[in-house]
Every structure is written in structure tokens, then in C-alpha cells.
Design a protein. Structure first.
Length: 298
């Protein structure tokens, strides 16, 4: 059941809410081994915190489809290729805990960096080349860093199902591959993108936008909608030109990439034969903040 409570309500009523918080691997593993014996299904939502309604939609789904829901909060340093982005990444653990309690999340795993990386983990994963497209071109080693942490977390939490947002579409495809390639026994569930009323995809980074930048940011979704509409009548090249021209004409937004790719292989699509295969993915800088989004063409 979902509670719409204010912060004051929660602190007043906190004695009736219950969420266990683990900070160490040994403690959560002990809890999990006890529960696995009872054949309890675990739904897992890995996050980097600064939770918003997008994350909460994943928690809601994990709760609905499993006996218990575990959320992790860990800002994974090795998936950042930009020091400044890592330093400025929003961290609001207390507020996150309040939100998780309000939606009846059962367990929070919030390890420290030392706990997750007592020694550096230099494992290199074969991600089938899926890590080389789009984000991979601009964020060197990003997906290897994601694979390292997600695999580690799966080994600790042993979830039956793990929930990922379609906002990070390439991440979803990479993780599905990782799980198949390394025979990890978990079902990966893709969850819809949650948006603001004006269309901007929710992101922890949105909080760092200035008022002017926030006002222009919904243009990202608008241009994706326009690209989809144009896909019915125009060629891939025409759509790409339209997107880059319109974005670059806007103040405060700079296009990093816009690609129309095959949803499974992530390879560029030159000519659209089947809309159901196509997804358009975009990365832009709004001021200094890098935002990504995507749209299915079907
Ligand atoms: P993050 O904390 O950014 O690593 O995100 C944790 C999970 O939440 C990832 O699976 C994201 O894809 C997902 N997520 C982030 N933003 C949204 C959104 N607007 N809608 C749905 N899922 C999201």
C-alpha cells in the first residue's frame, strides 16, 4: 500500500513504519541467507540515491511483484569519468530514507566506498560491444564501472528480479547482456520513464539545473516527440539534421549525440523498416548538466 505522508507525519508515526538499513555486506548477506531459506522472493532496485519519483516507481513495482523489496544506494565512483560530476553528484541519504520508509521499502543497503571496494576492482567485462555505442563514446569505461558494481550487488543481494529504468536505455541493454553472458540468475525488469508534467524525464541531476536551464530542459522531450513524428515521413538523416539544428538554435542546450538505433543491438539504423525496432537516444548538456533521454518509435 502507498502512503502519501509529509515528513512531519513520518517522524510522528515512525514507530509504525519499519525499514531495516544495512551498511555492511556481511550483515545484509546474513539477512539474505536467512530469508532465502524461507523461499522469499527478492525484488532489487539499485540506485545512486537522491531519490525521486522515477526511483520510487521502481520500488513500487519491486514491492508489488516480490515478497520483499531491497533498495541500494551507492554512488559508484568507478562509473564516473568526470571527477567534477562525481564530486557534485547529489547525496541526500536522510531524505532518501524518509522517502523509502514512506513507500514501505523493506530493506535499504547503503554501503560505503570502502565496503564495496576494499581493494580496487579492475575487472574488465566483455559487454559484447554494447558498451561502445552512444554513452560509451563519451563516457569511457562508464559501462564497465556499471557492470562491476551491478554484478557485485547481485552477488550480495541475490535478487530474483532487479528493476531498471528505461531512461538509462543503454544501461538496461548492457545489464541484460551481462546477466546472460555471466549466467547470473536474476530477471531484469525494464520500467517506464517517469516524467515531469512538462515532459522532462526525472533525474537526480535535474536538481542542479538553474531556473533558466530548468525552463529550457523540457525541450529535450519535445524534440524527441518531434523526431518520432518525423520518422513517419522523413529519412533518418533528415531527422538527425532537424534535431541538431533545432537543439543548437536553443540557448543553454548543447547536443552531445542523437542516434536512432536498433533496440537490441544498439547499432545505428540507416533506414527505418520496422518502427518497433527503433529507439532514438539523446544526450545533451543543459548548461553544465548532462542529461539523457530516449523515445521508442513505435
Ligand atoms: P540512478 O540513481 O540514476 O543510478 O538510477 C537508478 C535507477 O533508477 C536506474 O535503473 C534508472 O534508470 C532509474 N531511473 C532514473 N530516472 C528514472 C526515471 N525518470 N524514470 C524511471 N526510472 C528512472
Amino acid at each position: 500500500m502507498r502512503h502519501n505522508l509529509t515528513l512531519q507525519d513520518i517522524s510522528r508515526l515512525s514507530f509504525i513504519f519499519y525499514m531495516q538499513i544495512f551498511y555492511t555486506i556481511s550483515k545484509i548477506k546474513k539477512y539474505i541467507s536467512e530469508h532465502k531459506n524461507k523461499k522469499i522472493s527478492i525484488g532489487f532496485v539499485p540506485t545512486m540515491g537522491a531519490l525521486h519519483k522515477g526511483h520510487i516507481s521502481l520500488i513500487d513495482r519491486a514491492k508489488a511483484e516480490n515478497d520483499i523489496c531491497i533498495c541500494s544506494i551507492f554512488v559508484n565512483p568507478i562509473q564516473f569519468n568526470n571527477k567534477e560530476d562525481l564530486l557534485n553528484y547529489p547525496r541526500h541519504l536522510e531524505n532518501d530514507i524518509t522517502q523509502l520508509i514512506a513507500v514501505n521499502c523493506d530493506i535499504l543497503f547503503a554501503p560505503s566506498e570502502k565496503e564495496m571496494y576494499p581493494v580496487p576492482d579492475n575487472t574488465i567485462y566483455n559487454l559484447g560491444g554494447l558498451d561502445k555505442f552512444m554513452e560509451g563514446k563519451f563516457r569511457l569505461n562508464h559501462f564497465n564501472g556499471v557492470a562491476v558494481i551491478v554484478k557485485k550487488l547481485f552477488e550480495i543481494v541475490e535478487p530474483n528480479r532487479a528493476y531498471f529504468g528505461a531512461k538509462d536505455f543503454q544501461q538496461l541493454v548492457v545489464i541484460k547482456y551481462l546477466v546472460k553472458k555471466y549466467s547470473i540468475p536474476v530477471e531484469i525488469i525494464s520500467c517506464n520513464i517517469v516524467r515531469e508534467d512538462d515532459g522532462l524525464a526525472l533525474s537526480s541531476r535535474n536538481a542542479r539545473l538553474t531556473k533558466e536551464e530548468r525552463a529550457i530542459a523540457p525541450f529535450i522531450h519535445q524534440i524527441l516527440l518531434k523526431a518520432k513524428e518525423k520518422s513517419r515521413t522523413n529519412s533518418v538523416n533528415e531527422i538527425k539534421n532537424m534535431v541538431s539544428e533545432e537543439i543548437n538554435a536553443k540557448p543553454l542546450i548543447k547536443l552531445e549525440y542523437f542516434e536512432i538505433v536498433n533496440k537490441s543491438t544498439l547499432e545505428n539504423i540507416e533506414k527505418i523498416d520496422d518502427f518497433s525496432d527503433c529507439i532514438a537516444c539523446i544526450a545533451v548538456f543543459v548548461g553544465n548538466i548532462r542529461l539523457i533521454d530516449n523515445i521508442n518509435f513505435l
